[in-house]
Structures are given as structure tokens and as C-alpha cells.
Design a protein around this ligand. Sequence first.
Ligand SMILES: NC(=O)c1ccc[n+]([C@@H]2O[C@H](COP(=O)([O-])OP(=O)(O)OC[C@H]3O[C@@H](n4cnc5c(N)ncnc54)[C@H](O)[C@@H]3O)[C@@H](O)[C@H]2O)c1
Length: 260
Amino acid sequence: MRLKNKTAIITGAGNGIGKETALLFAKEGANVVVTDINEEAVNQTSEEIKKSGGKAISISHNISCENDWEKVVLKTLDNYAEINILFNNAGTFLIKPLIETTLEEWQNLMNINVAGTFLGLKHVIPVMMKQNGGSIINNSSTAGLAGSVGVSLYGASKGAIRSLTKHVAMEYGSYHIRANSIYPGFIDTDMMKYRGEIDQSNEQQQSKGVPLGRIGYPQEVARTVLFLASEDSSYTTGAEFVIDGGRSAGRSPSKGEMYE
Ligand SMILES: NC(=O)c1ccc[n+]([C@@H]2O[C@H](COP(=O)([O-])OP(=O)(O)OC[C@H]3O[C@@H](n4cnc5c(N)ncnc54)[C@H](O)[C@@H]3O)[C@@H](O)[C@H]2O)c1
């Protein structure tokens, strides 16, 4: 077991990547604190964990609300006394051309994706400092690494998460706190289905330009998060992990086009 007796907070654990990570962490022996704004979904995650013999508590949590973060930290310490791992995973998405995006939409998305991640760091790092160690994993996106069309606001929020992670790695490394970020590509979750509805694309279209020829699955992201949470990555901090089937590695030449 790679996380035996470790305590992990996972946000957005009611669905998708967060849920699969919670299930995997529990199998690896962690005490899992699963949180989500969707209370019913996150209760379901903790029930599934407990039914299969794992340890979990669920908390209703809006990541952009500072009082909610205080409650999450207190409840975690009351139950398990430590916080060893934080997976800042919850986030939201918007497809819209930049010039049609309203200031309200900008503020709302930044408040969830960026302020939500910042608040998690702000409230969990002091606990990890007292313990003299911990592992933080922030969920960015390949949209935070390179430009795309229609996702400028989302991409900017994920770029901010990339930068925050590196600053945290520098600022708190002396306390043996590691901070790394992950960059999923097209992963089969409800978030991708929403994206599919908007541009009428389907799984086949999403797989175009992916060297491995398919979309990814949340379980595949969860395994990278497990590596970063565990001692297997003990000398890794401030690093970036792309999980996109190779899509961002380069550009496939179209038919008849010369290789450059
Ligand atoms: N699916 C993809 O293709 C993909 C690609 C790159 C990055 N990501 C990132 O992965 C993370 C997880 O997304 P997913 O694909 O599993 O989607 P998902 O929709 O399955 O899960 C997202 C979860 O976050 C929760 N959530 C949303 N706003 C919240 C808030 N304010 N407070 C607390 N919880 C909130 C939702 O209720 C949901 O359970 C997100 O940060 C997303 O940006 C996803």
C-alpha cells in the first residue's frame, strides 16, 4: 500500500478525476477526505469507499468559499489529526470566444478555479508546515500550457494554477512540502461531455491529433496523482505532468504535408 495511514483531501471528488483518485487512494490505504459542492455525489463517493473497506469522510464544500475551507481543515484534523496530501482538483469550464465573455463570467470562473486553488493552499500549507512535510497536487490542464480556440478564460485560469504551483514549490520546499501540477488532455468525464455538446464533437473527433489515438480516462489521471502523492516521487517538486496521450508533444502533419 503506497499511502498507508496518510490523510488526503481531494476536492471535486463527487465525479470524474477526483472521484477516481479518491477510490484509488483509499485502495492504497489512505484516509480520504472527499469534498465537493455536489453533496449527494460526494456522499456517494465516500459510501463506495467505505463499502469496499476503505476509510473516508465526505464534506459539502464550495472551494471558492474561505469559511468552507476552514471547516474542511478542522474536520480533517478532528478525524485524522494530520493532512499529508492535498489534491486541488475541483474546477469549472467555459467555452466562449474572448470578446463575448462577460466580466461576470471571468470573475466567476477565476473565483472557482484560481481563488479555489489559492484558498486550499492557504489553509492547508500551515498544517503541512507544522508537520514538516506534505504533497500537493494541483489540477491544471493542457489549456494552461498552450493556446487554443474558445477557451481563453479557462486557459488563463489553468495557467495561473501552473504558476501558483511553482511558487509554492519554491516558497515551502524547505518545509519538505512538495507541489506539482498535472495537465490532463481530453479525459472522459462530465466536463468533457459538456465540451462535446457545445462543439457537436464526439469521441472520435476528440481523439484527432492524439498520438495514442484515443481520449483518456479518469483512472489514468488518478494513477499519476497517486505517484505524485506518494513517496515514489519524493525528489519531485515544482514539476509538470502532462497526461494527454501525447497531444501536446507536437503537431501531426496533415495528409500530403511535408514533415518539418
Ligand atoms: N475532463 C477533462 O478533459 C479535463 C482536462 C483537463 C483538466 N481537467 C480538470 O480536471 C478537474 C476535474 O474535472 P473533471 O474532468 O473530473 O470534471 P467533472 O465535472 O467530472 O468533476 C468536477 C467536479 O468539481 C465539482 N465542482 C465544480 N465547482 C466546484 C466548486 N466551486 N467547489 C467544489 N466543487 C466544485 C463538481 O461538482 C464536480 O464533481 C477540473 O479542474 C478540470 O478543469 C479536466
